[in-house]
Unconditional design. Structure first.
Length: 292
């Protein structure tokens, strides 16, 4: 029997013990909102890991916890209304990731606890006051992704030493976006590389930035962590393949979906660990008291 089946069986067993036939009426079942910038397919692995994390803590979806999923399918303008919808449902917590949906959830409610499974620069983006003392109603796990950008560029150059021009694909919206490019540009110079910024705000931007990359003679592609880019990764793969560009991605799910190479943290582990934050919050701990 797999670990997942054992976990679910134990959860159902303890749930049955907690509600004997003659006991008092069952307590209110907590409702957790899951807000995603990406699509259901692009988010599936992370959500399964989150569910497994909850299961290991004794929460069985549909029995003693309800999960409400909302997907923007890569459309940034949908996030505020999706977040507001979760607030109207009076969820007990909102789980999300990346700057745009975290900010949408934070703008929608100053009281509902918000847990992010992955965030690149939560302090710099104004999502929390500090890592040790997040303050407010937001906390979670950070990727510290900007610290890994330079390493990705180094590995790309090491694998393809003849490359001299690299296009950086990123999602506009982070407060650190421009700074991130400048920091990575400095690393690129030490490696003898010229870096080109390809910032996208929506799906309509891909054709424009890809054309700009071709016109500039890009010889390789590197992308930063982004659920939006993950949602549109097929477009990115097609561009890289048609133009014979070696590409470095930030997470392994890109490689599993057909990308060339990646270097970054285990996102699934972050999603599993996010369940621990939710568990503590449901038991009464305030987000402000949970360090990022």
């Amino acid at each position: 029997m797999s670990k997942k089946v054992i976990c679910i069986s134990l959860g159902a067993f303890f749930l049955a013990l907690s509600f004997p036939a003659e006991a008092q009426p069952p307590a209110k079942v907590p409702r957790i909102g899951v807000l995603e910038l990406g699509s259901p397919s692009a988010s599936a692995h992370g959500h399964k890991a989150f569910q497994q994390g909850l299961c290991e803590l004794g929460y069985v979806e549909g029995k003693n916890v309800i999960l409400e999923y909302r997907y923007a399918d890569g459309k940034l303008d949908l996030l505020p209304e999706l977040a507001a919808d979760l607030v109207r449902l009076k969820v007990d917590a909102i789980v999300t990731r990346s700057t745009a949906p975290i900010r949408a959830a934070k703008n929608a409610s100053k009281t509902i606890p918000i847990v992010f499974a992955t965030a690149g620069a939560p302090v710099e983006d104004g999502l929390v006051s500090s890592l040790a003392r997040p303050g407010g109603n937001v906390t979670g796990l950070t990727l510290l992704s900007t610290e890994l950008d330079g390493k990705r560029l180094e590995l790309l150059k090491e694998a393809f030493p003849k490359v001299t021009r690299v296009a950086l694909l990123w999602t506009v919206g982070s407060a650190r976006g421009d700074l991130r490019f400048r920091e990575l540009e400095a690393v690129a110079k030490t490696l003898g590389l010229r870096l080109q910024s390809l910032g996208v705000t929506g799906s309509d931007d891909f054709e424009r930035v890809f054309e700009a990359a071709k016109n500039a003679g890009a010889q390789a592609l590197i992308s930063v962590p982004s659920p939006f880019l993950a949602t549109h990764r097929v477009l990115i793969f097609d561009f890289a393949a048609k133009n014979r560009l070696p590409a470095m991605y930030s997470t392994s799910d890109f490689v599993e979906a057909g990308g060339l190479m990646s270097y970054g943290p285990d996102l699934l582990d972050n999603w599993r660990r996010a369940a621990t934050f939710v568990d503590k919050i449901l038991k009464g701990t305030k987000p402000a008291d949970l360090p990022v």
